[in-house]
Design a protein around this ligand. Structure first.
Ligand code: PLP
Length: 358
């Protein structure tokens, strides 16, 4: 019997999505962003499905080490950079690139003894104001990195967009102009584009694109859907009906009794809840997919279960599969109903959900 709840990951969808992004940015190499357990799809699963990616972007050193231990040979980049000087020999030993965005990292690089230089991507703050060296600091920091024997040359250059997921927001042009002006004429790779950059801002594609969410078949843009770009959702979140009950009009259901049936109906109890990462705040009416149709969640989502209104004439049975999001029910739509973004839904699944390659 298949486990439930489970996140079924489609290898062919991941490969399709990589091919779509390559086509969109044909002059760029692709650094597949697989941080946060491959956006909840399983770090090694995703890396093994995307063997054609030119590199992988991770947030933390532990994630990169897991990929190396799993046999991944491609370029790896720590997008948040390293935090301790004891991380540096590990970067060297496992051939892992790092972002440098802060003076404290440069001090560590200058002071440590290494057997080989580290490959560095200097992060420029072109307007997001989260990480990165400011335009005012850039020339001094760049010269300092160039003078550091522990840093491989050339130094690569990157920035990150604040608003690329708003296709009409001119701020992305402002960020691109600031980055391009600052880095003009310098050697090394340039990378600016996340998924939204790669899909909506072709001028941002640079030497490397860094798509995350689009690889998983999901659009980064509110109101849009990955399928509009030829992307295929890579995750089907599936559970099953563990009870089907006749329910009388005017009777409530669930904690707080805050939903009451207007008419006689049949309710289905689905084995998934906030203990699995399905949001507790999913409002009444959030759809799930059962036997080829959408039915609404009713009552409060509890830790292990949620309840759906199957309708008066429902013939669904205990044991039937229920899709919470995936190829027949876009995660973008579910996220919008819940008042969040698809990124949060897929990355917040808990270890109780079995992640399996379909
Ligand atoms: N690059 C950096 C530096 C990031 O932090 C992220 C994700 O947050 C990405 C690329 C991928 O972004 P997206 O999933 O929107 O494509």
């Amino acid at each position: 019997m298949k486990p439930f709840p489970r996140a079924e990951i489609s290898s062919s969808a991941l490969q399709n999505n990589l091919a779509v992004l390559r086509q969109q940015a044909s002059a760029s190499q692709v650094m597949a962003v697989v941080k946060a357990n491959g956006y909840g799809h399983g770090l090694l699963n995703v890396a093994n499905c995307l063997v054609n990616a030119d590199g992988f972007g991770l947030a933390r050193l532990e994630e990169a080490l897991e990929l190396r231990a799993g046999g991944v040979k491609a370029r790896l980049l720590l997008l948040e950079g390293f935090f301790r000087s004891t991380d540096l020999p590990l970067l060297v030993a496992h051939d892992i690139d790092t972002v440098v965005h802060h003076e404290s990292q440069i001090e560590m690089l200058e002071q440590v003894k290494l057997t080989k230089p580290v490959t560095v991507w200097l992060k420029v703050d072109s307007g997001m104001h989260r990480l990165g060296v400011t335009p005012e600091q850039f020339a001094t920091v760049y010269a300092r990195l160039m003078a550091c024997p522990n840093i491989a040359k050339p130094i690569h250059l990157m920035t990150h967009f604040a608003c690329a997921d708003e296709p009409d927001n001119h701020y992305t042009d402002v960020q691109m102009a600031a980055f391009n002006e600052l880095t003009a004429g310098l050697p090394g790779f340039r990378t600016l584009a996340n998924s939204a950059g790669a899909l909506y801002w072709p001028k941002s594609q640079g030497d490397w694109i860094r798509p995350g969410i689009a690889l998983y078949g999901v659009s980064p843009v509110a109101g849009d859907c990955g399928t509009n770009h030829g992307l295929i959702p890579a995750m089907n979140l599936v559970s099953r009906l563990i009870a089907v009950r006749d329910h009388k009009a005017n009777q409530p259901v669930g904690y707080g009794c805050y939903w009451t049936a207007k008419q006689d109906t049949r309710l289905g109890v689905v084995a998934i809840g906030y203990g699995d990462g399905y949001p507790r705040n999913a409002p009444e009416g959030t759809p799930v997919w059962v036997n080829g149709r959408r039915v609404p969640i009713v009552g409060r989502v509890s830790m292990d279960m949620l309840t759906v209104d199957l309708g008066q004439d429902a013939t669904d049975k205990v044991g039937d599969d229920v899709l919470l999001w995936g190829q027949d029910l876009p995660v973008e739509e579910v996220a919008e109903r819940i008042g969040t973004i698809a990124y949060e839904l897929v990355t917040k699944l808990t270890p109780r959900v079995a992640v399996c390659l379909a």
